[in-house]
Design a protein around this ligand. Structure first.
Ligand code: TYD
Length: 135
């Protein structure tokens, strides 16, 4: 599967690190929404959904977590374990987030405002949605 990840270049100096991200320059969309996930309990799996029209960049800015991606045909696991690594997820991709370290902070930049009607939260429905787009 063609998984797009970014390696952001930090502005490091003798004080530490700073990562700056600009829409359309460092990732290919404008940001309308930011959310972050933290204090995730051991064993928790989040996500379990796909979006019909949403672009996102996921960055584990502290700690680590894993992202399971499924495009309806292939799956891939991506480890996010550094604040300079970004994972780009577009439409039509089932995702699950898991294996959160206790200190994990998962930051998400999103191209649209929160819209529950954009979610596909049932896996069978997701598979049918993918098949209908391809058929
Ligand atoms: P949920 O969709 O369960 O998160 P995840 O898919 O990451 O496991 O969202 C948890 C709650 O937060 C749910 O009540 C919806 C709400 N929420 C918002 O209000 N705005 C947002 O941008 C997001 C992502 C969730």
């Amino acid at each position: 599967m063609d998984v797009k990840t970014y390696s952001f270049v930090p502005h490091g100096d003798d004080r530490g690190q700073l990562v700056a991200l600009e829409e359309y320059k460092d990732f290919p969309f404008a940001v309308k929404r930011v959310y972050y996930i933290y204090d995730t309990l051991e064993g928790v799996v989040r996500g379990h959904h796909a979006h019909k029209c949403l672009k996102q960049i996921l960055i584990c800015v502290h700690g680590s977590c894993k992202i399971h991606l499924d495009n309806g045909h292939e799956t891939e696991e991506v480890l996010l374990d550094k604040p300079t690594k970004g994972l780009y997820i577009e439409n039509d991709m089932w995702r699950e987030m898991y294996d959160f370290s206790p200190d994990a902070v998962l930051l998400v930049l999103a191209s649209e405002l929160y819209d529950e009607s954009d979610y596909i939260r049932d896996y069978d429905e997701f598979k049918k949605f993918i098949a209908s787009k391809e058929g």
